[in-house]
Design a protein around this ligand. Sequence first.
Ligand code: NAP
Length: 245
Amino acid sequence: MAFKVLILGGTGEGRELAQRLAGERYETLLSYAGRTANLLRPDTPHRVGGFGGVAGLAGFLREHGFGALVDATHPFAAQISRHAVEAAAHTRTPLLRLTRPLWTPEAGDRWLDVRDMEAAAEALGVAPRRVFLTIGRLEVAAFRRAPQHDYLLRAIDAFEHGLERARVILARGPFTHADERALLERERIELVVSKNAGTDATRAKLDAARELGIAVVMVARPPVPEAEETASLDGVLDWLAQRTP
Ligand code: NAP
């Protein structure tokens, strides 16, 4: 009988992991929150929607007899990562978190590290600036406290941002270096706000900002409870192999 693995996804890594495991001795189910109207459907088995908190996730793990849980969610999706830790403990399901390495500044980078979105909004300063707000759409409301800036937002789906001076471009990564550089220049961007997402798919904006001498307000990851972690898909495969009968 195949060994059942629930993968919490919503990221390129989650999708890639499900593909890597397909056809091996695993039966995977890739789970999406259902945030994007425009879901890029994988060709491996998947489900869409919340579980209904810790109890819902624990019930789901039990009901379907999953032998392992892999948290491959985005580093800023802290709630589901907390739920995963608790539900895994309640059901004694082995849990592994696939964690992306942090982005770190290199020579020439002008980064200002801040702890959260509120601090990022403050860090933009009093004088009006042209700001590329590359944080997705979920936490844009924090910037309503700084309405003097001209914001350029980028998201997968259109949304109500509630900002007075903002424009939205609809796009899905990965983004190339040349395109990011051209965008920053064309829009005369003076500041970039980014989450420390740590993925190659969206790193190009940081390299382009460095080349153009543009400062980046880098928002730290939210805290999540400790869990067993790996930084690579191979690490997940090894970990699963140790648990497979
Ligand atoms: P979140 O705040 O940690 O989670 C909020 C709720 O959404 C969870 O309590 C859970 O609902 C549901 N949920 C989240 N991920 C889920 C998953 N993979 N499968 C089923 N339910 C899930 O998450 P978020 O920041 O809103 O992000 C939502 C999803 O988008 C995540 O899966 C994440 O990987 C992806 N994503 C997030 C970001 C970001 O910047 N936050 C960026 C790119 C992709 P219940 O309590 O009802 O189970």
